[in-house]
Design a protein around this ligand. Structure first.
Ligand code: SF4
Ligand code: SF4
Length: 354
């Protein structure tokens, strides 16, 4: 293999085969000494498997089988694996660790089904963060607070072919999924928190909770001083009746750049102790785009790589088999990822069948 290309292993998902067979193939690939995949964690002990974004509507049967195969592979390699995630960016059903666990409980994610215990990487309400300096442009990057304390991560993603942003694969899961609450907010909101005058009844709670003294009492509603505001989101979390809310107004270009900067910081922090796994299933193709999944023609597969750009590129190439998928914007996005040193777009696809 040329050093200008990265390896991406592909285990086809044939719907006639059982999930157990796919899991067996995945564990075999990961344990294979010639493939050097587990070498990512040679000096690691505590290795997390970072979950993809999971909602109530997701079907998780195959995902759990693959998740458990990743955990089993780490355990067999003598590691101490755990399953992990971070809070979502704003008030919804996963805004804190407690709500997170409730969803996982409803979806059947437990020690038995995942094979390991679960830990939040950003504290009980998403506020536990590690502030890093970007190795790319020296800007501040806000990541989950536990990242410096763990020894390695498998980034487990369930990409879907969304033509509007990116493939929601490894770079997305690192750049957004491992940001702290503040980091996530800054990805999506340029203008910061906004007071909704009609919904503020001047209870003053947000004035007390703001860590920067950025909120003061106005005549009819509170006022935010943007020179002091650090965009932490605490006031928005507090004002459940909408007195303060976010405008999600970051442009697509800014969003992608920040996502790549975050992902590059995670990579810089973790060094080589990262591995990437994609589960590509038609049932993940929902949410952004209303669809009848029967119409889509891309291959279903499990992909594994040590290169987040290569695995995202391989995923988009698979999605491109679907005539309804427009990869135009995504292509530019991966060029930026390469420029920032996240990995290589050129890859060698290694099909595996056991
Ligand atoms: S924005 Fe909400 S929390 Fe702040 S004073 Fe108004 S009602 Fe109270
Ligand atoms: S986002 Fe944070 S810093 Fe800004 S006003 Fe709200 S609580 Fe204060």
């Amino acid at each position: 293999m040329s050093t200008s290309e990265s390896r991406v292993f592909l285990i086809p998902l044939d719907t006639s085969e059982t999930d157990d067979r796919t899991a067996f193939s995945l564990e075999t690939v990961l344990a294979h000494r010639a493939y050097h995949l587990m070498e990512a964690f040679s000096d690691s002990e505590l290795v997390g498997v970072k979950l993809p974004y999971i909602e109530d509507k997701n079907q998780l049967n195959a995902d759990l089988t693959i998740l458990k195969a990743l955990v089993n592979s780490l355990r067999k390699a003598g590691k101490n694996p755990f399953v992990c995630d971070t809070s979502s960016r704003h008030i919804d059903k996963k805004a804190n660790a407690v709500e997170h666990m409730e969803i996982y409980h409803r979806k059947g994610i437990s020690y038995e089904t995942a094979g390991a215990s679960f830990a939040m990487l950003d504290g009980i309400s998403g506020g536990y963060e590690f502030v890093d300096t970007s190795p790319v442009d020296k800007s501040k990057v806000f990541l989950a607070g536990e990242l410096p304390n763990i020894d390695g991560l498998i980034i487990f993603s369930t990409p879907s072919p969304s033509g509007s942003s990116c493939c929601k694969g490894s770079i997305f899961n690192m750049g957004i999924g491992l940001a702290s609450r503040k980091g996530k907010i800054q990805l999506y909101s340029k203008s910061g928190p906004q007071v909704n005058a009609k919904q503020c009844y001047l209870c003053r709670k947000c004035i007390y909770i703001c860590p920067c003294g950025a909120i003061s009492r106005g005549e009819k509603h509170v006022i935010i001083n943007y020179d002091k505001c650090i965009n932490c989101g605490k006031c928005v979390d507090l004002t459940r009746f909408g007195g303060i809310s976010y405008k999600w107004d970051t442009s697509r270009d800014e969003f992608m750049r920040k996502m790549h900067l975050n992902a590059r910081s995670v990579q810089n922090l973790m060094g080589k102790r990262l591995l990437f796994c994609h589960l590509i299933k038609k049932s993940h193709y929902s949410g952004d785009i209303p669809c009848n999944s029967e119409e889509f023609s891309f291959k279903q597969a499990v992909l594994v790589s040590r290169d987040p750009v290569a695995i995202d590129q391989a995923t988009m190439d698979l999605f491109s088999e679907d005539p309804g998928f427009d990869p135009g914007f995504n292509s530019e996005s991966l060029d930026q990822a390469v420029e920032m040193g996240l990995g290589k777009r050129k890859f060698k696809l290694i099909p595996i069948a056991y």
